[in-house]
Design a protein around this ligand. Structure first.
Ligand code: ARG
Length: 331
């Protein structure tokens, strides 16, 4: 029986269960889910809402589950619907009644918002690191080719001579602005929804500041309805990703042009090119074309989430479950 099955007499049809499940996507958030649950249990114990023994059993049980998932020894069951129910039902199998008390003063609505925010913070951080690395590569290339002159273009017509280094550094400035946008997405995600429960908070005396601090959030979200229904932080990640994908696409377009026989400005290294069996003269810039091509998918993900959000009344609606796949894809 599902965790919410208490009021139902007939079982749920298999197709309803399968259609409603988000496990294939949100199982990637298991580390965030476990960290959130540990912080919540620690706070419940500190507030005297559950016993210290319960908290210890919960923490140990969750560590065991995390190790099993890490090692690939955990069987996910689609009947559990999502990562929250998978972990909670397994915890209850392992430690008994204390496992059920973990969810005191919490709902999957504030839980999933917390997991997603932690996930976005991790993704934004990874993207910022990759962005820095890319800018280092561009600056190094600019230094290496600081005597190379090429035609600068306007209207795709020869305009004035420019240095290749100047051209490459133009891209590094674009990516520097992308870094700022990624940081903004990180900051937008950096507040904790826990305590909002389903939508209207809870009468349990929770310490919201404590869970937020345990999880490394900068603060708590003041309004409970906003806490469970806000996905702006995901949109910010999508927008940062879209602009960065656009910059990457422009750079890729120049690599495609410059490596053509018409331009002949650059020769691609063999290790980054592909060939043709029937046209042996060819050296195709597949990787640049693919980067240019993937930008379309990234913009699509941004538009998908905007459209998903635009008609949603407050607070949680199941539509929100469609929020994670595109963000992972974009990142
Ligand atoms: N799997 C759900 C999601 O990703 C979790 C929240 C479910 N809450 C609910 N009231 N059905 O959005």
């Amino acid at each position: 029986m599902a965790l919410w099955g208490g009021r139902f007499e007939a079982g749920v049809a298999e197709v309803t269960q399968e259609f409603g499940a988000s496990l294939p996507v949100d199982k990637h958030l298991y580390k965030q889910d476990i960290a959130g649950s540990k912080a919540h249990a620690k706070m419940l114990a500190a507030q005297g809402i559950i016993s210290a023994e319960d908290e210890q059993a919960i923490a140990e049980g969750l560590t065991g589950i995390e190790q099993d998932i890490d090692a690939g020894n955990f069987t996910f069951d689609i009947n559990d619907e999502d990562i929250h129910m998978s972990i909670e039902s397994e915890l209850t199998r392992r430690i008994g009644e204390a496992g059920k008390r973990l969810h005191t003063g919490r709902s999957r609505n504030d839980q999933v918002a917390t997991d997603t925010r932690l996930g976005v913070k991790a993704l934004a951080r990874e993207l910022m690191e990759a962005n820095l690395e890319l800018r280092h590569v561009l600056v190094d290339a600019a230094k290496k080719y600081d005597k190379v002159i090429l035609p600068g273009y306007t209207h795709m017509q020869h305009a004035q001579p420019v240095l290749l280094s100047h051209h490459l550094l133009a891209y590094s400035w674009m990516f520097a602005r992308d870094f700022t946008r990624l940081k903004a997405a990180f900051d937008a995600a950096d507040n904790c929804p826990l305590g909002a429960a389903a939508l209207a908070g809870t009468s349990y005396p929770l310490d919201r500041q404590m869970t937020a601090a345990e999880l490394g959030f900068a603060g708590v979200i003041p309004n409970s309805l906003d806490a469970v229904s806000d996905r702006d932080f995901l949109l910010d990640l999508h927008y940062a990703g879209s602009v960065m994908a656009m910059h990457l696409s422009r750079l890729s377009e120049e690599i495609v042009l410059w490596s053509s026989s018409e331009f002949g400005f650059i020769t691609l290294s063999d290790s980054y090119s592909t060939g043709s069996s029937i046209m042996p003269q060819k050296k195709n810039p597949d990787f640049a074309e693919l980067i240019r091509g993937k930008s379309g998918r990234v913009y699509g993900n941004l538009v998908q989430l905007l459209v998903t959000m635009k008609g949603l009344p407050l607070a949680y609606n199941k539509d929100l479950q469609e929020d994670k796949e595109g963000a992972l894809d974009t990142a």
